[in-house]
Design a protein around this ligand. Structure first.
Ligand code: GDP
Ligand code: IMO
Ligand code: MG
Length: 427
């Protein structure tokens, strides 16, 4: 069975949810490999709008198996609410599977996410406040709580006591907060255990079996390349690896099993939270993008920062994930701009222009974009489904991106709806 990884090629919110939803129709398994409910994926089908945070974006197709892999972090209350919410709306959730090895976000992770942001003050990251970083910290420190611990109360309480010994010292002595109680936390999360139990399986084995079969497997990344903890704009990143390679560790799949990598990028750039963003636009053009693209975060409702497409960062993303195809979303949002700018290089403080992503953080922070300009178009392209219907200027814009990134553009987004897309995807 062929396997494709779908990744965010920018700073998240590229439209991965919509693309995965579209491809789920042609897939048997869709599996999330990292991140948690910091993600927010909006899918629009007819009049219905779904906002998914943890459950893979393939869930809307009955019969698709949707896996939440070992590399993810799960807030049990949030997952339960998401399952119940979909169930109440009549979505068939019987295909959901959850890894027993995924780590659980505990109440103290959420508290510590908030206190750490407060302590950082002007250096804060602008996290989603969902406890993601502290949960991954505990995973690495080997004091994490995992899904399987939900099914053994005495082990759960013992592990919570061990974790809380240190956490309570931090919360009471450094932050002057009330200590948390292992028994109370256990009771709170055990209330979800029976609801989740039927979905918990050996997901690594499930995927291995699927790969032996005839259909197609999709690995769904959350966040985006520039938020990758190793390769992104550290420290303004998330605490996991959204790049394609992480699908292997986050699901228990060997690298030889991956056939293709589909990067998803907007036709411009957005970012939520703090951190450098060379092509960011203030003023009217940024406002126009923000308004036309409805650029508000799916998870936190924060306004997304907007700017021109950054081809240096996009080429870097293509390299890091071995991208074989590119989906360019939200091209419709760019109608009505007189001129479109594409960032083809960065000017360093010294004046030197570079066209590779810089190694040093301070170089990136100081980078001034070097632009190439192309004419815009006025025609409304909302809902267009064939390349022939695009104005010549829009085709030229897409061709320039293809030429620069060196990866074929096999999907172009022309609206929010499931079928508002020029789809030439090869999976
Ligand atoms: P994700 O986190 O990568 O799944 O992206 P989000 O769902 O957070 O944000 C992308 C937003 O853009 C959502 O509201 C989508 O419905 C919307 N969207 C996706 N593709 C297109 C497109 O081609 N055109 C327009 N206008 N909106 C789109
Ligand atoms: P999707 O999957 C956009 C950003 C946060 C913050 C940084 C760290 O919808 O693309 P965290 O809570 O992860 O510790 O926050 O990462 N961030 C996202 N930005 N889309 C996301 O997910 C994001 N998930 C985290 O805004 O800057
Ligand atoms: Mg999102």
């Amino acid at each position: 069975m062929p396997a494709t990884v779908v990744i965010g090629a920018q700073w998240g919110d590229e439209g991965k949810g919509k693309v995965v939803d579209l491809l789920a129709e042609r897939s048997d398994v869709v599996a999330r490999y990292q991140g948690g409910n910091n993600a927010g994926h909006t899918i629009v089908t007819g009049d219905e709008v779904y906002k998914l945070h943890l459950i893979p974006s393939g869930i809307l197709y009955p019969g698709t198996t949707c896996v939440i892999g070992n590399g993810t972090v799960i807030d049990p209350g949030v997952l339960r609410a998401e399952i119940d919410g979909l169930d109440e709306r009549g979505v068939d959730i019987s295909g959901l599977r959850i890894s027993a090895n995924a780590h659980l976000i505990m109440p103290y992770h959420i508290t510590l996410d908030g206190t750490s942001e407060m302590t950082l003050g002007q250096f804060s990251i602008g996290t989603t406040g969902r406890g993601i970083g502290p949960c991954y910290e505990d995973k690495a420190a080997r004091v994490g709580i995992r899904v399987q611990d939900l099914f053994d109360e005495s082990i759960l309480v013992r592990k919570l006591e061990v974790a809380l010994e240190f956490k309570n010292a931090i919360m009471t002595r450094i932050y002057d907060l009330e200590p948390m109680d292992a028994g109370a936390i256990a009771a709170e999360i055990l209330a979800h255990a029976e609801r989740l139990r039927p979905f918990v399986v050996d997901t690594g084995l499930l995927i291995a079996d699927a790969l032996e079969g005839d259909g197609h497997v999709l690995f769904e990344g959350a966040q985006g390349t520039m938020l990758d903890i190793d390769h992104g704009t550290y420290p303004f990143v998330t605490s996991s690896n959204p790049i394609a390679g992480a699908a292997c560790t986050g699901l228990g799949v060997g690298p030889t099993r991956i056939d293709s990598v589909l990067g998803v990028s907007k036709a411009y750039t957005t970012r939520v939270g703090e951190g450098p963003f060379p092509t960011e636009l203030g003023g009217d053009e940024g406002r126009q993008m923000q308004e036309r693209g409805h650029e508000f975060g799916t998870t936190t409702g924060r306004q997304r920062r907007c700017g021109w497409i950054d081809l240096v960062a996009l080429r870097y993303a293509a390299r890091l994930s071995g991208m074989t195809q590119l989906a360019l979303t939200k091209l419709d949002v760019l109608s009505g701009f007189e001129r479109l700018r594409l960032c083809v290089g960065y000017r360093r403080r010294s004046g030197k222009v570079i066209d590779e992503f810089p190694l040093h953080q301070s170089t990136f922070h100081a980078a001034q974009p070097v632009y190439e300009d192309l004419p815009g178009w006025d025609e409304d392209i909302a809902g267009v489904t064939t390349l022939d219907e695009l104005p010549a200027a829009a085709r030229a814009y897409v061709d320039r991106i293809h030429q620069s990134v060196g990866v074929p553009i096999t999907l172009i987004g022309t609206g929010q709806g499931r079928h508002e897309v020029i789809d030439q995807i090869e999976i």
